[in-house]
Design a protein around this ligand. Structure first.
Ligand code: GRF
Length: 203
């Protein structure tokens, strides 16, 4: 299968997917990287790794449906089978999420269903949780709600700042995102209604 990675920024998760997919036994190819921000640093990193890149600047579109239509057209041109959102900071329309249901996944820097949305590490610290982490899930119309494929937990340590906690979580993101993509591309993790059908696996 051919995978597109959608980004808006630095692209560290994108790089973890590109690096994992370079292994000969990885069941998918990272066929292109698309950013809604032409200046995203991740585009240069993908290019340096010889991955085709596209910028589709959301500011050039009048509304969400027309941006999503351009995105969908680019995915069709690139003959994409699966989409990974990796720090992609645009909300997608219901029509787009329904079209890609079961074939689009996201990484979120919190243990969903806690801390949907932004500033997850700040919020985890201010709530005083002792365990934090990250989640890979299928994307559905509602943001950060789709069925969960994989999670990793990290401890919150004395003296943590959003920066130190976020770095600890990010290291785990880079482990579980490639592992989850592998399961999805193998058909070992499937969207079944509003649950995930999951076969046994080892990381
Ligand atoms: C990550 O923390 C990811 O979980 C969130 O946005 C951040 C993107 O970082 N959705 P990067 O661009 O992958 O480095």
């Amino acid at each position: 299968p051919r995978v597109a990675v959608l980004i808006s920024g630095r692209g560290s998760n994108m790089m973890s997917l590109i690096e994992a997919a370079a292994a000969p036994d990885f069941p998918a190819e990272i066929a292109c990287v698309i950013s809604n921000r032409p200046e995203a640093h991740g585009l240069a990193r993908a290019q340096a790794a010889n991955i085709p890149v596209r910028a589709i600047d959301h500011k050039a579109f009048a509304d969400r449906p027309s941006f999503d239509a351009a995105l969908d057209a680019a995915l069709a041109e690139e003959q994409i089978d699966f989409v990974c959102l990796a720090g992609f900071m645009r909300l997608l329309t219901r029509a787009f999420t329904e079209k890609w249901a079961g074939r689009m996944i996201n990484i979120h820097p919190a243990l969903l269903p806690s801390f949907k949305g932004l500033h997850t590490h700040e919020r985890a610290l201010s709530e005083g949780v002792l365990i934090h982490g990250c989640t890979v899930h299928f994307v559905t119309a509602e943001m950060d709600v789709g069925p969960i494929i994989m999670q990793a937990a990290v401890p919150v340590l004395e003296g943590d700042t959003p920066g130190t906690l976020g770095a600890r979580v990010l290291a785990q993101e880079h482990v579980i995102y490639p592992a989850a993509l592998r399961l999805v591309c193998d058909g070992r993790a499937r969207l079944e209604g509003n649950r995930v059908g999951l076969d046994a696996f080892e990381i």
